[in-house]
Design a protein around this ligand. Structure first.
Ligand code: NDP
Length: 255
């Protein structure tokens, strides 16, 4: 058995058209997986698909808004039609609205929860019959340092990311008998469109992240590829319900 070989496997990566999702998709493609890039922005998706196709695997774009369960069902059906099945789901799509807790409207709260928590559950729920039919599979969810720490400017975000860890454990426990492993990656501060927005909103963020991170740098999307490959490959066949921080030491260090 090849521990880190994904040839013959198909992965759906939500939010795979940029940032962390594309970093992970590239890592899985380099290991041989065919990729369905699932997101909303068609231009970004087209560019990601071109990039992944250049790595010598089959790559397709499928439209999805993860706040819509019907679109998620279609995302899975389109991926199966295009690539012949699904073995791996990376439930990565996510967003934040940055403000103090007392200033959120309930609609803003719901947007974050529907995208980051309900959206992850709905993707796992929709892909489960496919994985079961294949005799097993892998699901990777994406938490955050806010799965562990509180965030004054992101109460709903932190609530969803804490929830993703517990959802991961629950799905892992329920679907172990189906040979489906479910694990979570907890990224530290990674340089993406999401955090570029945060940097603009918080001018001192750049230097505080570097200062607070023992490895003294921001993470890059490709830093997530190794952990994701481990969780998506045979190497992790007896690993389920776990969370792995990819954070340059952030969560291990008081300062
Ligand atoms: P980006 O903003 O760069 O990417 C977010 C991705 O999610 C895009 O591909 C976007 O595509 C997609 N997306 C967002 N909303 C939806 C939606 N409703 N339906 C479908 N797709 C959607 O962010 P990151 O790469 O930084 O974040 C990726 C994940 O990593 C998120 O879950 C985030 O919370 C998490 N994370 C990020 C950290 C960081 O430091 N960057 C740290 C910890 C966790 P499109 O707009 O085309 O739909």
């Amino acid at each position: 058995m090849e521990l880190f070989d994904l040839h013959g496997k198909v992965a759906i990566v939500t939010g795979g058209n940029g940032g962390i999702g594309l970093g992970i998709a590239r890592g899985l493609a380099q290991a041989g997986a065919d990729i369905a890039v699932a997101a909303r922005n068609p231009d970004k998706t087209r560019m990601a698909v071109e990039q992944l196709g250049g790595l010598g695997v089959r790559a397709v774009g499928v439209h999805v808004d993860v706040t819509d369960a019907t679109q998620i069902q279609k995302m899975v059906a389109d991926s199966v039609d295009a690539l012949g099945g699904v073995d791996i789901l990376v439930a990565n799509a996510g967003m934040s609205i940055r403000k103090r807790p007392e200033t959120y409207s309930i609609d803003e709260w719901s947007t974050v929860v529907t995208t980051n928590l309900t959206g992850v559950f709905a993707c796992c729920h929709a892909v489960y019959p496919q994985l079961k039919a294949r005799g097993g599979g892998k699901i990777v969810t994406i938490g955050s340092m806010t799965s562990i720490f509180g965030l004054d400017m992101g109460a709903p975000y932190a609530a969803t990311k804490g929830g993703v860890v517990q959802l991961t454990r629950s799905l892992a426990s329920a679907w172990a008998r189906d040979n489906i492993q479910v694990n979570c990656i907890l990224p530290g501060w990674i340089d993406t469109e999401l955090t570029q927005g945060a940097r603009r909103a918080m001018p001192r963020l750049d230097e505080s992240v570097v200062d607070r991170t023992p490895q003294k740098r921001w993470g890059r999307p490709e830093d997530l590829a190794g952990a994701a490959l481990f969780y998506c490959a045979a190497a992790s066949d007896f690993v389920t319900g776990t969370s792995l921080a990819v954070d340059g030491g952030f969560s291990s260090s008081m300062f």
